[in-house]
Design a protein around this ligand. Sequence first.
Ligand SMILES: Cc1cc2nc3c(=O)[nH]c(=O)nc-3n(C[C@H](O)[C@H](O)[C@H](O)COP(=O)(O)OP(=O)(O)OC[C@H]3O[C@@H](n4cnc5c(N)ncnc54)[C@H](O)[C@@H]3O)c2cc1C
Ligand SMILES: C[S@@+](CC[C@H](N)C(=O)[O-])C[C@H]1O[C@@H](n2cnc3c(N)ncnc32)[C@H](O)[C@@H]1O
Length: 700
Amino acid sequence: MSIMFTSASKETPDSSTQSKNTNALNIITPAKINWQVDDTGNQVPVSGEFGDVYFSHADGLAESRYVFLAYNQLPERLANLAPRQCFTIAELGFGTGLNLLATWLLWRQLRENHPQLATARLHFITTEKFPIPLADLTHILTLWAQRAPQLAELIAPLLAAYPPLIAGSHRLNFFDDNLTVDMWFGDAAESLARLALDISIKPTPYVDAWFLDGFAPSCNSTLWAENIFAQIQRLSCPNTTAATYSSAGIVKRGLRENGFEISKVKGFGRKNQMLTAVMTEAACLSENYSQSKPANSTHNTPTHSNLKPDHSIVIGAGVSGLLTAWSLANRGVQVTLLDKSAPLAGASGNPRALLAPKMTPIHHVDEHLHTMGYLYSSRLYRVLNETAAQQNIAPILEPTGALDLLIKANIGTEKIADYPDDMATTLSLLQAQDASGLRTQDVSENLYLPQSGLVNPQALKDTILNHPLIHFQQLAVNNISEMEGHVCVEGDNQNQELVSITADNVVVCAAFESHQLDQRIFDCRKIRGQLSWFTPTAEQFASLPKIPLKYSGYCTPFTAQVDDGQLNDVIECSPQFLLGASFIRNDTDTDIREEEHQISRNKLVTAIPEMDSVIPTDMSLWQGRAGVRTQTPDYHPIVGQLIDSERVWVMSAMGAKGYAIAPLCAEALVDMMLGSFTPLSTAMLARLSPNRTRLQTPLT
Ligand SMILES: Cc1cc2nc3c(=O)[nH]c(=O)nc-3n(C[C@H](O)[C@H](O)[C@H](O)COP(=O)(O)OP(=O)(O)OC[C@H]3O[C@@H](n4cnc5c(N)ncnc54)[C@H](O)[C@@H]3O)c2cc1C
Ligand SMILES: C[S@@+](CC[C@H](N)C(=O)[O-])C[C@H]1O[C@@H](n2cnc3c(N)ncnc32)[C@H](O)[C@@H]1O
């Protein structure tokens, strides 16, 4: 963003501060922040990479409001959104987040004054190649909180949600404000190219307003390059607007040659000119293109809203169905959630689930569902902890961290070192012994996951089912029929009566039984697993691991909460020790077997021999729960719309990591259902598609 410069200037760049334009191996280069004092004595950040200012040294907030908010007509356009309409803003260059904060504040104020906005939604997609480290961002935004106290209550949740500096898309949901922020870390041209826009699925997402906020073209031309403008055109529809502080020739040409009609207007403060633009030659051919029109537009454009569901049915109330219901309900869709027996009756109903990712070398990380899903889940469960607390429900996530002993991991310590420490690190021997409580074990080779923790499925379920738009009903579904304009789902209720329910669409989340409900859904591998737990004596407890440990299995202490007993045989409010799990293929029985307690005990004592004398050998008092994991041959879940269907969707095959990946998959699925941009790339959605080639051949 340009304006008055104290010593740094976009107009006179120092060639020694030009950017590194490479992002070797997908490792994010954090921004280097230098500090200057502006005209009014405030400390202001300057990019060490580019030598340019992040925001005006006169008044960054006022400039943001002038250039990006006013010249995209946001006050009027946002105020005029219809109920449940979503408005999408895309930004080039997240920087300090000041534009986001200014927009968020406007959105909050509008929602306070316009009751019809209660169900409208703002989707802010932003790109950043050199994200500012959290410590610097905290410093920068703390100064803003002092200068503009009205921003303070937005800054705290933004900082709490700020992701580790890892390439790829990070979704941040601020549910109370109906605001979704997708931060795509990496080069903007690549990130925009990965935004999925599938015109075969209606409604199709488009950007409504662009914030073009690169550094001055003379300092950094990458955000003003032809490939960027081509992407902007691809992602825009007629009446999409764009605004930028710059009036450089390269910007004017780029916008004009890519479908925009531009206007030069007076710039902010002492700046003569800036540009505002409206898309007139959109690449899209869709008839249902426009979500909103600029306030001064006379065109009467069709809207998406008539294609969006009012009421969805979700079949299966495991973690997949619960999270799908949650994502739908948060977009204002009424959900009927069905299960043949009860919520969490299937694989999801363990006393605790470990939230942990499958790791990958960092050069794959931006396309790695497990990493992105894990980070999203960890953010979501922490936010839901607050919702749960308000409703006197036990915490959903106990943020314990977890230690992987690297016995069955596909990553070694040298690759772990590529990761930022707040995602993954290796503890020193002493630290690892101290954290785990292990005494004689050599734990010098380890992977420590600070964001990991234990999920309490019962608390998650109770919190989600309290959503006023989610209605649970027991129904063993045996038929789904898709008609013109609606779906009809039939099944038997608890009294064996035939019940039929109609809705706008249906999502099948019935895990390994999904294929029985619709033959188009792949008939997956079924892998039985049993989890075991016991109540340790005080003496045993003192020698047991103190945090979750991963080896060829996993184990963890936990304290059973009030209400845990509704789901499983645990002694409420008492310490328990949990260990697992068995893997038995093609077995869907869920009886409890002593030999599988033994399997889990053997895994633990083989990995950690000192546990042999601590874990009881008499397992007669152990408790257990068996469930069935659902897995595809390529190990990816199944997420998307069924072939030859407009109203039947599926989310299944979560394998052994449903608590890490289902929340993000649910967001992507619901985005596709409602015509919003997903946090998953086009390539990733193809890998998850229910219709992918790999799923055309049945298992033998
Ligand atoms: C022993 C074990 C340990 C595990 N540990 C972990 C862990 O620590 N961390 C982790 O992330 N993951 C773990 N997993 C994996 C995780 O449990 C699964 O990935 C997850 O539960 C899958 O959720 P789901 O909702 O897709 O399936 P499910 O939870 O199985 O839910 C499917 C639901 O569909 C319902 N249903 C089926 N047919 C019908 C029908 N016709 N009509 C109505 N309802 C129907 C079922 O009753 C069931 O409630 C573990 C799995 C097992 C077995
Ligand atoms: C002027 S600053 C943005 C200021 C920001 N909007 C704010 O509110 O603070 C420009 C940003 O673009 C980022 N950037 C530079 N080149 C980029 C690229 N190729 N892809 C994505 N972001 C890039 C810079 O790191 C910087 O944060």
